[in-house]
Design a protein around this ligand. Structure first.
Ligand SMILES: [Zn+2]
Length: 123
């Protein structure tokens, strides 16, 4: 199952951050999944629930947010939201566009129980 390996990678990534912070209990993991990432939110959430208990705690919550696909035109630099997989610039009709968001799973932040601070995570 695709989602299981994604969850595994995510938990590994979070575990690394927690270790860097000197340990602690994670109460929430916030991720954004692009509409083009191929992630099935329900499958992902159930895989998370199943696997998080082994790594952190079953009280650790998942906050999963779906984000739209955004692309930028390589000709006129226009940024636009991709709807129905129409990869054409609405400004100049160019088909040469780069997807800049929405094609992957991204860890946004984690919340530690010991403090209320949100640790930002950069890609
Ligand atoms: Zn354009």
């Amino acid at each position: 199952m695709h989602e299981r390996s994604l969850v595994q990678n995510l938990l590994k990534q979070v575990g690394q951050i927690v270790a860097d912070q000197g340990g602690g209990r994670v109460s929430e993991i916030y991720v954004q999944a692009g509409e083009m990432s191929g992630i099935e939110p329900l499958l992902f959430a159930s895989a998370f629930e199943e696997m998080v208990a082994d790594v952190f705690s079953s009280e650790c919550r998942l906050k999963l947010e779906l984000v739209p696909v955004t692309a930028v035109c390589t000709h006129c630099q226009h940024q636009f939201e991709v709807v129905d997989f129409q990869f054409h610039c609405p400004e100049c009709q160019s088909g040469s566009v780069d997807v800049i968001q929405g094609d992957r799973l991204q860890l946004m932040s984690i919340t530690m129980e010991s403090s209320d601070s949100h640790e930002g995570v950069s890609a």
